[in-house]
Design a protein around this ligand. Structure first.
Ligand code: HEC
Length: 111
């Protein structure tokens, strides 16, 4: 019985992660990197519409990096935004931000 429950849980979890793969990854990156300065990712994503996020995150997040690199207040983030890691993360972040944008009609299940 315990084995069966374990199996079902595993099955449910893998469905969940595969369905939300990219979005989930982006949300995790947000929690790890942006939350300290900006607070909840849901509120951040919902602050703009899908089109705006698309623009900000275009060319591997060029605009987002610029916003931060031009602001002294964001100095603590400069290392991240100039790192290759951000270039890699930007695609997932874009997925997450667009998925929960103001006009997306989606609300994250957990935050
Ligand atoms: C060290 C703190 C810090 C970190 C880390 C940080 N930000 Fe920021 N962010 C700022 C500051 C400060 C500003 C305001 C810049 C300005 O307007 O002068 C800003 C501005 C922004 C803006 C523009 C706000 C607007 O209304 O147009 C967005 C979008 C944004 N950040 C998203 C993110 C995302 C996504 C991440 C994670 C990848 C992140 N930030 C990481 C400090 C940070």
């Amino acid at each position: 019985m315990i084995k069966l429950i374990g199996l079902i849980t595993l099955l449910l979890m893998s469905t969940f992660t595969s369905l939300n793969g990219a979005t989930y990854k982006g949300q995790k990156i947000y929690m790890d990197t942006c939350k300290d300065c900006h607070g909840g990712g849901q509120a951040m994503a919902a602050s703009k519409n899908m089109r705006t996020w698309g623009k900000i995150m275009d060319k591997k997040g060029e605009q987002l990096a610029d916003i931060h690199l031009n602001s002294k207040k964001a100095q603590a983030s400069w290392e991240y935004f100039t790192d290759k890691k951000f270039t890699k993360d930007s695609r997932h972040l874009e997925d997450f931000l667009i998925e929960y944008a103001k006009d997306s009609g989606n609300v994250p299940a957990c935050n």
